[in-house]
Ligand binder design. Structure first.
Ligand code: KG4
Ligand code: ZN
Length: 361
């Protein structure tokens, strides 16, 4: 019998519900985006997001069940993102999933949002280990090594802004609407990277960081963003015309080259056989092309999900929840929303199977 998981995702500004079969087959993936409500503010407003999730969650779940052609009787477990994310937003999904699981006496599966992003790839191709995952979105920039299913070893990531956030902020400086990532991408394609913008790799300088602070895979985007602002300000003061396309292309070059560098260094260090990409910034054509070429040169497999599984969605949550389900790792009524917690803590080896569920299977 196929396992069918009803999954929910409400960590940021998308209300999503999906029905996923055996962790691989998406029967439905419904996403209600709130972008329009936040556009006027140039970013996600947490209070507006939470309220919108309350309005959307029931219709979105109903639509997902209907589109999947199933009823709650056909569902084997309920999965939900419990963090990281906006706590007021996460709470709506967690409360709903808990209520449903206990009302229907179904196992409850708690998914780390980044684990979900990585497992979006499992909807396309079986994951092969060891692998390296690059998760790039509006909220996250993480490089993760995985020696096996459900084992996450974070290698590094941003120390300040996320990649998508940097795109959005630089886009705003260039007068582009929110979310600016796709606009900057399009502009960059028409430009020439003629300006040498600073690298986004955080390198150790003497006396800068503590000895034990591992900066090999560390990134920092705030310096680049400041550089772009000062660059534009100076040009304006001097009355010099700068081509926005060239600024966008130079920014994109700085970002993409550093991401490819750290990803490929991680591949070499962990002897990975697969590189997987996830998160909304995976929509960036330059990043995809560069990673694909570098993977080919390194003789490893490169996988990325279609865009609807790259941005926040519940199908990816269902994909990882299947791993939890088959290992008997369930949550109980005490499950809460957590604004931030390390991905490493979500590893199966850190989370022993829950006795009750393991016995009853
Ligand atoms: O994963 P996602 O939906 O965000 C989070 O919920 O975190 O990704 C959205 C982010 C936004 O910052 C958006 O500007 C960026 O991804 N983005 C892009 C592109 N398309 C979306 N950034 C660069 N190039 C793109 N083509
Ligand atoms: Zn996300």
């Amino acid at each position: 019998m196929a396992r069918r998981i009803l999954a929910l995702e409400t960590s940021c500004d998308e209300t999503s519900a999906a029905v996923v079969e055996d962790g691989r087959k998406v029967l439905a993936n419904v996403i209600s985006s709130q972008i329009a409500r936040h556009q006027a503010f140039g970013g996600v407003v947490p209070e507006i997001a939470a309220r919108a999730h309350v309005e959307a969650v029931v219709p979105v779940v109903e639509t997902a069940l209907r589109e999947a052609g199933v009823t709650l009787r056909d569902i084997d477990a309920v999965a939900v993102t419990h963090g990281p994310g906006l706590v007021g937003s996460l709470m709506i999904g967690v409360m709903f999933a808990k209520a449903l699981a206990f009302a229907r006496d179904l196992p409850l599966l708690a998914v780390h949002h980044i684990a979900g992003h990585i497992y979006a790839n499992q909807l396309v191709r079986p994951l092969a280990f060891p692998l390296v995952a690059l998760v790039v979105s509006g909220g996250h920039t993480e490089l993760v090594a995985m020696p096996a299913h459900g084992e996450f070893v974070p290698l590094g990531g941003t120390r300040d802004d996320a990649v998508g956030e940097a795109y959005d902020k630089v886009g705003r400086l260039l007068g582009l609407p929110y979310p600016a990532g796709p606009h900057v991408d399009r502009l960059a394609q028409a430009g020439v990277p003629r300006y040498a913008f600073p690298s986004v790799r955080l390198r150790r300088r003497d006396g800068d960081v503590r000895e034990e602070d591992d900066t090999r895979y560390a990134l920092s985007f705030s310096g680049l963003k400041t550089h772009v602002r000062q660059f534009l300000d100076r040009a304006r003061e001097r009355g010099e015309a700068v081509a926005r396309e060239d600024v966008a292309a130079s920014f994109q070059q700085a970002v993409v080259s550093a991401l490819v560098e750290v990803a490929m260094e991680a591949v070499r260090e962990t002897q990975a056989v697969q590189l997987v990409l996830a998160g909304g910034v995976a929509a960036n054509g330059a990043l995809r092309r560069a990673l694909r070429a570098a993977s080919e040169a390194a003789g490893i497999e490169f996988v990325m999900p279609p865009i609807e599984y790259c941005t926040d969605n519940a199908a990816m949550i269902g994909a990882y929840a299947d791993v939890l389900y088959t290992r008997g790792v369930t949550a109980d009524a005490s499950l809460g929303a957590v604004a931030d917690f390390p991905l490493r803590a979500a590893s199966l080896s850190v989370q022993p199977p829950s006795a009750v569920f393991a016995d009853s299977r």
